[in-house]
Design a protein around this ligand. Structure first.
Ligand code: 16G
Length: 246
């Protein structure tokens, strides 16, 4: 199906404001790779005349997708499907979900997957008593074939019935066990990758990256995850929406 056919059929269905329908149709086109990273979108006036809507409607739909991080505007050049992954800092999503909304397929290569006693450090961050059992997961995270991040997670033993339940997605396994984090604290800092990390991520040693520590908490307040993520600096933008004090 061509992009024009996809959008025309979506615009003819359902109810709701036109700009929302156009925004949803374009989002689906990105998810299904009908529009690929770095593809240019048709000019606003062409979109407007092709789909019989006003330029204001087109502008509003595109603004929405720029806000979601799926499109970027370049001065004088037009609107493009985002190449760098823009990640909403205020949403508690998983890597697998982040990639799926961009039409990318998440996959991982395991670096380690083990079970053991909690270390003093982990017992402090996870609030566990000495001797508690934990699961540890180390992964290279890929978007399609591109390595994006290294991730090392520690999960308290009570959060999952068995370690083998973690396959493609840690959050999917935690959700099935009704222990998916509902709140998290995150800290982020700039890093330079050492040669071992760079080799795993297929980049140059010394390349810049982002180190993120996420501590996730379950509904009842217990810590469920501590994850150290090392994201490639050339592939990620972290975006946060800020509101003025009321
Ligand atoms: C994200 C989280 C990480 C979480 C993982 C689960 C950040 C910085 N980190 O990468 O804490 O463990 O998603 O992903 O967003 P999964 O369900 O695909 O395994």
């Amino acid at each position: 199906m061509s992009l024009a056919e996809h959008i025309s059929s979506a615009m003819g269905q359902g109810s709701g404001p036109l700009y929302q329908k156009l925004q949803d149709a374009l989002r689906r086109a990105i998810e299904s790779q009908l529009l690929k990273p770095l593809d240019a979108l048709p000019a606003e006036r062409d979109l407007a005349s092709d789909f019989g809507v006003s330029r204001i409607t087109v502008r509003k739909a595109l603004d929405g997708l720029v806000g979601e991080g799926l499109l970027t505007r370049r001065q004088g050049a037009g609107t493009f499907v985002a190449d760098r992954v823009e990640k909403q800092f205020s949403k508690l999503t998983s890597f697998t979900e982040d990639m799926a909304t961009r039409g990318r397929v998440a996959r991982s290569v395991w670096l380690n997957r083990s079970e053991g006693g909690v270390t003093p450090d982990e017992s402090l961050t996870l609030g566990l008593s000495p001797g508690s059992r934990v699961y540890r997961f180390g992964r290279i995270r890929y978007a399609d074939d591109m390595p994006m991040a290294l991730e090392y997670s520690t999960i308290p033993g009570f959060a999952l019935p068995r370690i083998e339940l973690v396959e493609a997605s840690l959050y999917a396994a935690l959700e099935a066990a009704r222990n998916r984090p509902v709140r998290a604290l995150q800290r982020l800092r700039a890093v330079l990758f050492d040669s071992e990390q760079a080799a795993l991520l297929e980049i140059e040693p010394g390349a810049p990256g982002l180190f993120i520590e996420r501590r996730g908490f379950a509904e009842d307040g217990r810590a469920i995850e501590v994850t150290h993520s090392w994201y490639r600096g050339d592939a990620y933008d972290f975006v946060a929406e800020l509101n003025a004090l009321a």
